[in-house]
Design a binder for this molecule. Structure first.
Ligand code: SF4
Ligand code: SF4
Length: 132
């Protein structure tokens, strides 16, 4: 199907997020298994302009899910209440997940987009002592 420009739609046109019959029972289906249409932003990478990215270090994570709750782009991947990683096709690099991560040292930290994740994890920051 040819792509349609935004200015070619009829006024009031509706774009469906899913293909086929949609039930209201998507709660039990993980994101990547849902039947998205090409109109849904999940079908495309929408993070090309990110300049810094979160790197996840599972060695310190306590699976509190704060990052999952606060991420404004639903880009934290959680399975069975375990933090799994970050959906880098949709993460915008805002850093909120890092701000809310409560561990010491943090289990998520921001790095330049080009940073090598294995190297950054190997050189992770030390535990910070409390200030008086
Ligand atoms: S940097 Fe922002 S968009 Fe990316 S995972 Fe963290 S909270 Fe979500
Ligand atoms: S906020 Fe930090 S400790 Fe909590 S689940 Fe996310 S990465 Fe793990």
């Amino acid at each position: 199907m040819a792509n349609t420009g935004w200015n070619e739609f009829e006024i009031g046109a509706m774009l469906r997020s899913f293909d086929g019959v949609v039930t209201d029972n998507v709660a039990g289906v993980v994101q990547e298994d849902r039947n998205y249409s090409q109109n849904n932003s999940f079908s495309a990478s929408v993070a090309d302009w990110r300049i810094i990215k979160p790197v996840f270090n599972k060695n310190y994570c306590i699976d509190c899910q704060f990052c999952w709750v606060y991420c404004p782009d639903i880009s934290i991947i959680s399975r069975d209440k375990k933090m799994v990683g970050v959906d880098m096709d949709h993460c915008k690099g805002c850093g909120i997940c890092v701000e809310v991560c409560p561990t010491n040292p943090k289990s998520l930290m921001m790095f330049p987009e080009q940073a090598d994740e294995e190297t950054e994890i190997a050189n992770w920051t030390e535990k910070q002592s409390k200030e008086n």
